[in-house]
Design a binder for this molecule. Structure first.
Ligand code: ANZ
Ligand code: ZN
Length: 823
């Protein structure tokens, strides 16, 4: 029978489903293991990135099951989000219907991959059974003072018609979802106080040895902790005090101007008291029109003098106050003390506007001379009064002490991280459970009134805005406090809210009294998480934050959600990331139809290490398919003999013949190395290569006696068992054909027989033109190629044939190598 992958895969998928093979429960003696892949957005169909993510996850889940763990391996759908609304407008289907069809379709695809999910635990975040708990958490956060509404300049995506969190503004000011340029707006919005956890989010990165260093670095930079001093500068003409944040108080004697963000709260007062209001206003207008990204990037520095002066508290000097486009309102105090001599941005600004440049730090043992750019390095204080001569590190300390003593400064820690903006002006999301009452103000919806159901009987407006504000009947409600007329919040929650805790819901998705029940304590934390690195500063920060808040609320008993993290590389074709816009997409369905899921999985796992980019190759797929077909034919051919062979394992001591000993050794080397590849190194590709070597050795073995057959049986069984996490259907089928009743997944992972690993040594005679020249001790059983390679590597042999031309090599395995040379 040829390798009929379609029939085999259908057969085993049906059986797994019927027998509930992947159902797991907490009442189990085995140690638990929670293996999770990032759940997909139900966009319509799986892409190759998913296939890769889920092939890796399934390999790990199956491997760990065979290693004796009770493995929770669930899957669900991150089902709220804008594409559903766009599809609704484009095709006239309701977002709910579109999403639900996609969920069913993608579930079927995941099943066709043979993934070992406990499907009873499937969740979809757009279902009221799920999003009611989003609302519940939102209220808890609100009670704890961790959710608040505030007016702030925020990021607005004009194409998605919604605000975005800072984390969702990427690549210098673009929308993470659609790539449009983000603009700034001032709006009243809901925020979560993630900054209250900034320090812990930073510190406990140290407790995550199982995370890739690059993800930790990205999070550290995102959180962006800076130690510095907040300084007060009086502005006598306005009877105001300005605060600036600096990390370089040691340069305070070099301040020659103050720069304010055009959004700084003092600006209105400046406008109403200044001489040339027009000039300032036109600058502010021009600034407002630039997008948020170009402000962050190194664009041309622009500014305008306000006509006012501030007093430097260090030396009493008056310095001009400017408005400048390079000062961010969102960082520090929105005001900067300008030190052109020691900050390159300030230097460029001062050069452009002819502002004084006063050096106050000089290189140790040297002078600064004419400055062509800012001197940003450490050195020794100069032109700094009583602090002259102090090295930078000491000046920093001494001047901070002085500022605190004199009362014009205070040491402070600043973070780049901002509070998480969670309101979205979108329809397809979790309604924020808040009503606004003229009399009572902001009133949370009482817990017993949850869920606030997202109305489904809506027509999507053509322009693409949310229909919720137009639903009078839904918007108008009564105040839970006073019973008077009130209006519902019409914004919905950022979908990242849903994914911040979904891994907890998987533990008890059926619970309808709470977001989860006690089962959560058994399964959590997630032992292995697998997904894309693009979430490093989005989902992976938000989930850590949620986990810490929930731990502080006493709901869970751990503070880090994901113990081990594997970020898989991209799938690329013709050198570029697979994407519709590049037109280089390979559809997983096509591959599965043509070659079967097992081939697709094996190719993906074999083609590159999981954390590296994977170059798609049709020949690679063909090659893997040929390998499986060869194994299949071999087993078909020999199945009766293998079944008849003695199942008892032969010990190494009982084996005399070199060939037999080599096969025995190869079997156990394979187990040893493959186990390490999977468990320790996470190099699934090299594991596959070892299976191929084992198979080649089996293939070249010509069984002559009972011992040979018994050994071949051992090899075949080890191959089938160890390969099964990679190609589960294929191996289940072969395992059954080998005469076993129970599934291969229920087999324990094979043990290494240490006595089989010892290498036999042989003495190899090296001849040159037929004369014995050297003797080498080498492992027995080396192939001809390997043997020749070793001989050429030998220093003494190399010396003897130096300058000679090797015409031919004659090899007698385990005995002799003769080099025929000329010269
Ligand atoms: C004076 C100074 C002198 C500075 C010097 C640097 C070098 P990090 O490390 O990122 O925290 N700064 C403060 N608030 C700012 C804002 N809202 N927008 C733009 N720049 C701002 O950077 C802190 C430094 O960035 C601060 O220290 C301040 O410039 C600037 F030789 O103050 B410094
Ligand atoms: Zn957008």
């Amino acid at each position: 029978m040829p390798y009929d992958f379609a029939a085999i895969e259908a057969k085993w998928q049906k059986r797994w489903e019927k027998e509930g093979t992947f159902y797991v429960n907490p009442d189990d003696k085995r140690p638990k293991f929670y293996c999770l892949e990032m759940f997909p957005y139900p966009s319509g169909a799986l892409h190759m990135g998913h296939l890769r993510n889920y092939s890796i996850g399934d390999l790990m889940a199956r491997f760990l099951t065979m290693r004796g763990y009770n493995v929770l391996h669930p899957m669900g759908f991150d089902a709220f989000g804008l594409p559903a609304e766009n599809a609704a407008i484009k095709y006239g289907v309701h977002p709910f219907e579109w999403t639900w069809n996609n969920i069913e379709r993608m579930t079927a695809q995941l099943k066709s991959m043979g993934c070992s999910y406990d499907w009873r635990r499937r969740i979809a975040t757009c279902h009221p059974d799920y999003y009611r708990w989003n609302q519940w958490f939102f209220l808890k956060f609100y009670e704890e003072g961790l959710a608040y509404r505030a007016e702030a300049p925020i990021n607005w995506c004009p194409s998605c018609k919604t605000v975005l969190a800072n984390e969702q503004v990427i690549e210098g000011g673009h929308c993470w979802r659609c790539g449009s340029e983000v603009t700034k707006k001032k709006l009243k919005q809901w925020f979560l106080s993630i900054t209250k956890y900034a320090q812990e989010l930073l510190d406990s990165l140290e407790d995550l040895p199982g995370w890739p260093e690059k993800v930790k670095i990205m999070q550290r930079n995102w959180i962006g902790r800076s130690e510095g001093v907040k300084l007060k500068f009086d502005v006598p003409e306005l009877e105001e005090t300005l605060e600036t944040f600096t990390t370089r108080i040691d340069t305070i004697f070099g301040v020659t101007y103050i720069a304010l963000s055009p959004e700084h709260p003092l600006v209105p007062k400046i406008l109403s008291s200044c001489a040339d209001r027009k000039k300032l206003e036109s600058f502010i207008e021009a600034f407002a029109a630039t997008n948020a990204g170009s402000r962050i990037q190194d664009t041309e520095k622009e500014g305008v003098f306000t006509g006012f002066y501030a007093v430097n508290p260090a030396n009493g000097k008056a310095v001009p106050i400017w408005l400048a486009n390079y000062v961010l309102m969102e960082y520090g105090t929105g005001a900067v003390m300008g030190v052109p001599a020691h900050d390159q941005r300030d230097f460029e600004f001062a050069k452009k506007y002819d502002i004084d440049i006063i050096p106050v730090v000089k290189p140790e043992g040297g002078e600064l001379g004419e400055l062509v750019r800012a001197f940003e390095e450490d050195g020794v204080a100069c032109n700094s009064g009583q602090f002259d001569g102090l090295p930078t590190s000491e000046a920093l300390k001494a001047m901070a002490d002085w500022a605190e003593r004199e009362g014009f400064g205070r040491r402070e820690v600043q973070y780049r991280l901002r509070d998480w903006l969670v309101s979205r002006q979108r329809y397809w999301g979790t309604p924020i459970p808040i009503v606004y009452c003229d009399r009572c103000g902001i009133v949370p919806v009482p817990e017993e009134d949850l869920p606030v159901i997202l109305p489904t009987d809506v027509r999507m407006p053509k322009g693409g805005s949310s229909p919720l504000p137009t639903l009078e009947e839904w918007v108008n409600t009564t105040c839970p406090k006073c019973g008077g007329p009130a209006k519902r919040e019409t914004d919905t929650l950022d979908t990242f809210f849903c994914s911040s805790w979904y891994f907890l819901r998987f533990c008890s998705p059926w619970c309808d009294k709470a977001p989860f029940d006690d089962e959560v304590h058994y399964w959590t934390p997630v032992d292995q998480y697998i997904g894309g690195i693009e979430h490093a500063c989005l989902h992976l920060i938000y989930s850590r934050f949620f986990t810490k808040v929930l731990a502080d609320m006493g709901m869970i008993r751990f503070r880090e959600p994901f113990v081990n993290l594997l970020t898989q590389g991209m799938v690329i074709k013709d050198g570029a990331k697979m994407s519709k816009s590049k037109g280089n997409v390979v559809d997983p369905d096509d591959i599965i139809k043509r070659y079967g899921a097992d081939t697709a999985r094996l190719f993906i796992l074999f083609a590159s290490p999981p954390d590296k980019d994977l170059e798609w190759s049709d020949q690679g797929v063909e090659g893997v398919y040929r390998f499986l077909s060869r194994v299949w034919r071999y087993m078909e051919d020999k199945i009766e003999d293998l079944k008849k062979a003695d199942p008892a394992r032969l010990s190494m001591e009982s084996l005399r013949e070199g060939k037999k000993r080599n096969l025995k050794r190869r079997i156990h080397r394979t187990i040893e190395l493959v186990t390490r590849d999977i468990e320790v190194e996470r190099q699934f590709n090299t594991a596959v290569a070892r299976f191929m070597e084992l198979f080649n050795e089996m293939y070249s073995c010509e069984p002559k006696d009972g011992a040979d057959w018994s050994l071949l049986r051992e090899a075949a069984e080890v191959l089938v068992v160890c390969l099964s996490p990679f190609v589960p259907h294929f191996c289940e089928e072969l395992w059954e054909r080998l005469g076993h009743d129970s599934m291969v997944l229920k087999q324990p992972w094979p043990e290494v027989d240490a006595s089989a690993l010892v290498e036999d040594k042989v003495t190899i005679v090296v001849q040159i033109n037929g004369k014995v020249r050297e003797r080498m001790t080498l492992p027995a059983g080396l192939s001809e190629d390997e043997l020749v390679k070793r001989v050429f590597e030998d220093g003494k042999v190399r010396k003897r044939i130096e300058g000679l031309q090797v015409l031919k090599t004659i090899v007698v395995p385990d005995k002799l190598v003769n080099l025929v040379v000329k010269g």
